[in-house]
Each structure stands twice: as C-alpha cells, then as structure tokens.
Write a protein that binds this ligand. Structure first.
Ligand SMILES: Nc1ncnc2c1ncn2[C@@H]1O[C@H](COP(=O)(O)OP(=O)(O)O)[C@@H](O)[C@H]1O
Ligand SMILES: [Mg+2]
Length: 589
C-alpha cells in the first residue's frame, strides 16, 4: 500500500484538530516575532542616518533617543511573543503527542492476532514512537524554520522594494534560486541518506545479534570471525556515510559560493545606488541586516527539508499499518454471544496460513455440553490452530464454527472470548506483579479469590516464597519464573476466569511429573460441568477425558476412548508407544 502525504496529514490532523486553536495562535505569534524582526532594522537605519547627518544638538539627540526607545519596544515585544509561542507550543505539542500515542496504541490493539504474529513487537514500538516524533519535527520545522523564512523574506522584499525595486527583485530572485536548489538537492540526496541509515541499522543489528549470541561466540571461539564480520558490515556504513556526508559538503560549498556572489552583487548594486544619491548609510545597515538574517535561515534549509522528507517517510510507516482493516473484525451491530450449555460445532472448517498447504482440512466435529475431549497428534498437526480458530484469532477460510448454535463470526469477539478460559501452549506473563497477572482474568477479583485460584493451581506455594510474594514482578514476558511456574500461573488465571468453556493447549507440558500430578485434581475440579478441550500428550490428562481425538494433517483421523483407540492400533498406538514409556517408568499410572 502506498501512502500519500495527504493521508499522513489526515492522521496528524485527527489528533491535532482538538487543539487547532493553539496551533493557529502559535502561527500568529511566530508571524509577529518575524514581522518585528523585519521592522527592527528600519529603526537602526533611522538611527544611523541620524548619526551621519545631524549635529549633536539637544533636539537631535532627543529624536535619537526616541528611536532607541522604539528599538527597545520592538525588541521587548519580540520577547513577549517569543514567550507566548514557547508556552503555546508546549501546550499544543504535549497534548497532541499524548493523544497521538494513545490513539495509535488503540488503533494497533484493534488488529488481529495474525497481525501481531507477523509484525515484530520491537518494530511496532519503534513505528509508534517515530510517528509522534515525526509530527513534532514537522511542527517545529514549520513554525521555527519554514514560516520564519517566508516572513523574513517577504518582509525584506517589501522593505527593500520601498527603497529601490532593483535591489528587492535581485534579492528575491537569489533567495528563490537558493531555496529551489536546496529542495531539489535534498530530495535527490534522500536516497543516499536512506542508504546510510539502513547501514546504520544494520550495524546496530549486528552488534545486538553478536551480544545476544555471546554464548555461541564463546563456546565456538568465534571472536575473530565476529570481528571480521563486523568489519565488513561497519565498512559498508563507512562507505555510505562518506558518500552522503561528502554530498552534503559539496552542496554546502556550492550554496555558500552562490550566497557569496549574491552578497557581493547586492552590495555592489547598493554602492552604485548610493553614488546616484538613492541610498543612504542607514540603507547599508538595512540591507546587511536582511542579508544576514535571511541567508542564515537559508543555510540550514537543506537539512530542514531533509528532516521533513524523513519525517514524512517515518510517519508513513505507521499510517500504512493503521490504514489496514483488521482481518478479524466484528460485523456491524454484532450481538453478544449467549452460552448456556457450551456445545461446540465445527462444520466443514478449512483454514490455511499459506496458500500452499491446508492446516485445517474440512474438519467437522461436535463437542457436547460439558464434554471433555483430548486432542492428540504429532507436532504440526494443527492442534493449536484448531484452538485459535475457536477463539477467533483467525477466521476460517470456509465452513462454520458454532457455539450453542451461534456462529462465532456473527457475535462480538469480546463476548466470545469472555466465554472461553484459555491456557496457551507457551504462557507469557506481563512484566507486572503476579497478582496482576492472575487478576487479568477478572480485574475485580479479591486477594482471597486470587489466592484460592493460586492454591488450586499449586502456585501459591512458590509465590509466597518469592521476595515480595504476590507483589513480585515477574520480569519481561515472565522471564524470572520457570516454564512450569508460568504455566501454573496461567492455570490459576484460567481457574479465576470461571468460564463455561475451557481450552488447554498443552497446559501442563512444562510441568515436572510431580507438579503435574498435583495439578491434575485442580484441573478435574475445573473441568467439572465445563466443555473442555485439552491438547495434551500426558497420559494422565488424556485418560481423564471423555473422548480422545487424533489429529493429523489438519484432519481428525481417529477418535474414541483410550482403550478403543489402542485396540484399533494406528497413529494413536504409535504416539502412545513413543510417549508412554516415560510415564510408566515414573510410576504415575
Ligand atoms: N502464524 C503462523 N503462520 C504460518 N504458519 C503457521 C503459523 N502457526 C502455525 N503454523 C503452521 O501450521 C501448522 C500447524 O501448526 P499448529 O497448529 O501450531 O500445530 P500443533 O498441532 O503442533 O499445535 C504447522 O505446520 C505450523 O508450522
Ligand atoms: Mg501446538
């Protein structure tokens, strides 16, 4: 999708609109600052002309002091307008940036599970950040660079025109030539800047990769190899940097040379005009003041233009994402699902992640109210995908999924997921306290309720031994807990949720046999009266279920009770033989 500058502006405007008055006020007061800046040299001119022509009489001095007073007034007013602009811009930008971050966070959260599976969290974070940075830079560039340049140029052209039209025209033409040249050059140079910043990211990336893999580097004694590899990558940055920076130097040299010619030309003209009695000493001061202020601003304009182009490109990256429709969304006026019994119906459901292969292949299945089914099958059979379809993380390509007779595509996602307690295959926790992590299932749960769930899931024992108990932070993604501990916290959370449908995706896979044994009775209690789907490979879990479904290649290839399936042989027996050995020797069964 290619995003136009208009679309970027549309998104900026969406968040800036409520504060537009502050922006307009900023423009006005910035305009005032630079109009005053254009006026000030006029008083200096009057002062100098006075000094050059008048005697030192009391009246003449008095007149000059009036001029000094005027200069003071102009500078004083500028000071006031500067302060007004300063506070206004703080007001405007801080609020818009806040609205922007919150708004974009919300926009992104609407996206489907698939979206987040396909986009790195780090990349998304960076894009959100860059979007608001881009807005800030664009606003600043406009208010502090573009607008001032426009006003000072116009002001100088007008004032010079009143002195002599040739001076004014020459000045205006030179400014235009430099400006257009600068913009064209900044555009052209953009690709070299992009190349440089790509190499720059590559350098950071390769540092991170090497540090993250330090165990491998050390264990395989590959320091030299990594150094050589880094040398190559850093070399590419060096090359790109030289190119981009040299181009900049060249352009600066050309620009400065043009400015030099313009300055000489204007001063030369001024001397000629003075010779003919048209210009005074004060006019020289006037011209010099305008030349300095306008050229000063022009000198930086190339970089400003580059910043503007870069900011727009940065902003486009996020706009591109938020302009996409989420691929799983509620239908208009979707109702809440009503689950009384918890029957689940898959009707000829087909789904694939890629066109090349069917992950779920015309799967039909009916799970009765309160029935407990186990899913088993080789890795990659589609078990987790089946569960993700039930939760509507993905929409099926064809077929229907019904819960108590209601198509899950026709109800709100929120109400659907409220009815399902889900323990995922690899539970990840928030870097928040353990209590908050368990409470995530029911935000208003009391400490007693949280503890009760934790006791059932056998995580209370290890939680009370943590330094801060239930107030302990668990580290990014829950890294400070072991896999088994995380799983037990996730189970406690599912217990607390108390939903009519329970889905366990290898929920006990990381538990040692002992904790698994302990948790079994909790799961038994939890499953009572609830429709349960348990993807499992532990015999103890499988045995406790009403029905076992064998999944392979996205199809149900067999089903029945443990004994029936064993008797029939086939895939179940094969899986059983591979896995059972371990359990039997552990003496669990
Ligand atoms: N987000 C994804 N994008 C593409 N392919 C996927 C994705 N998730 C799973 N798959 C593929 O779909 C197949 C089924 O995966 P899954 O349902 O997780 O199997 P399992 O039965 O082991 O739980 C696998 O071949 C897997 O590689
Ligand atoms: Mg799985």
């Amino acid at each position: 999708m290619s995003i136009s500058f208009r679309t970027v502006l549309k998104w900026f405007w969406r968040y800036a609109k409520p504060y537009q008055w502050a922006f307009y006020a900023c423009m006005l007061s910035t305009t005032a600052i630079y109009v005053l800046a254009t006026i000030a040299p006029l008083f200096y001119k009057r002062l100098l002309d006075g000094i050059a022509t008048s005697d030192r009489s009391t009246e003449a001095v008095a007149a000059m002091l009036v001029t000094v007073g005027m200069i003071g007034l102009v500078i004083g007013s500028r000071w006031i307008f500067y302060r007004i602009t300063g506070y206004l811009i703080v007001f405007f930008e801080s609020r818009v940036l806040n609205a922007m971050d919150e708004g974009m966070f919300r926009q992104l959260m609407y996206h489907s599970y698939a979206f987040f599976a396909n986009n790195f969290a780090g990349t998304l974070t960076r894009r959100v950040k860059r979007f608001s940075d881009a807005f800030e830079r664009l606003t600043d560039s406009f208010l502090f660079n573009i607008l001032p340049l426009a006003i000072t140029t116009i002001g100088a052209v007008v004032v010079l025109f009143m002195r002599d039209w040739r001076l004014s025209a020459g000045f205006f033409a030179s400014v235009m030539v430099i400006l257009v040249g600068n913009i064209a050059f900044a555009r052209w140079r953009l690709k070299f800047d992009v190349a440089r910043s790509e190499k720059d990211s590559a350098v950071s990336g390769s540092l991170t990769d090497a540090f993250a893999n330090i165990v491998n580097v050390k264990a395989f004694a590959r320091q030299r190899f990594e150094e050589d590899r880094f040398h190559v990558i850093r070399g590419e940055l060096l090359f790109a940097q030289k190119k981009s920076w040299n181009l900049y130097e060249t352009s600066a040299a050309v620009q400065a040379f043009v400015m030099l010619l313009v300055e000489i030309g204007i001063v030369f003209t001024a001397v000629k005009l003075w010779q003919r009695g048209i210009l005074t000493v004060g006019d020289f001061v006037l011209i010099q003041a305008y030349l300095i202020s306008v050229f000063d601003q022009l000198r930086g304009i190339g970089n400003i233009m580059r910043r503007i182009f870069e900011s727009v490109a940065d902003a486009k990256e996020l706009v591109e994402i938020v302009e996409q429709m989420p691929d799983v969304r509620d239908i208009p006026r979707a109702k809440s699902i009503v689950v009384k019994k918890g029957t689940i119906d898959f009707q000829e459901v087909t789904f694939n992640y890629h066109k090349t292969r069917k992950t779920i292949d015309r799967l039909s299945l009916r799970i009765a109210s309160g029935e407990r089914v186990a899913f088993i099958g080789p890795s990659g059979a589609g078990k987790s995908t089946f569960v993700k379809l039930l939760l509507r993380f993905y929409d099926a390509d064809s077929g229907h999924i019904l819960i108590d007779g209601q198509d899950i595509r026709r109800v709100t996602q929120e109400s659907l997921r409220a009815q399902i307690a889900f323990v995922s295959q690899d539970p990840i926790l928030f870097h928040r306290t353990i209590r908050e992590n368990i409470q995530y299932a029911r935000l208003d749960a009391t400490q007693e309720e949280v503890e009760h769930a934790a006791k059932l899931a056998h995580c209370h024992e290890f939680i009370v031994n943590l330094p801060e108990g239930y107030d302990t932070y668990v580290g990014e993604r829950g890294i400070k807990l072991s896999g088994g501990e995380r799983q037990r916290v996730a189970i406690a959370r599912a217990i607390l949720k108390d939903a009519p449908i329970l889905v366990l995706d290898e929920a006990t896979s990381s538990l040692d046999s002992e904790s698994e044994f302990l948790i079994q009775d909790a799961l038994q209690v939890l499953m009572k009266g609830r429709t349960t789907i348990a993807i499992a490979h532990r015999l103890s879990t499988i045995m406790a279920m009403d029905r076992i479904l064998v999944l392979d290649g996205g199809k149900i290839v067999d089903q029945g009770t443990h004994d029936e399936l064993l008797k029939r042989g086939g895939l179940y027996q094969k899986l059983w033989n591979i896995q059972a050995g371990g359990f039997l020797t552990e003496g669990e069964v």
